[in-house]
Design a protein around this ligand. Structure first.
Ligand SMILES: [Zn+2]
Length: 67
């Protein structure tokens, strides 16, 4: 699968919605406000992930929702 973002992290969707997920580059807590794209084509079940841009260091990464 081709894609623009290289970094991918797993997190419970609940934690993401509550801004408890840290940017893998700088540790800034991120949440739905910083989503640039949501997509449905990523496993596991239910397939759901979001592309996020860190508001502090501008790192791009994907949060793959687990649980
Ligand atoms: Zn960051």
């Amino acid at each position: 699968m081709s894609g623009g973002t290289a970094i991918r992290i797993d997190a419970p969707r609940r934690d993401f919605l509550a801004y408890k997920v840290a940017c893998p580059a700088c540790g800034t807590l991120v949440g739905p406000r910083f989503v640039t794209r949501e997509h449905l084509d990523v496993p596991p079940d239910p397939p759901y992930a979001a592309s996020v841009k860190c508001p502090k260091c501008a790192a791009l990464f994907e949060v793959v929702f687990s649980g």
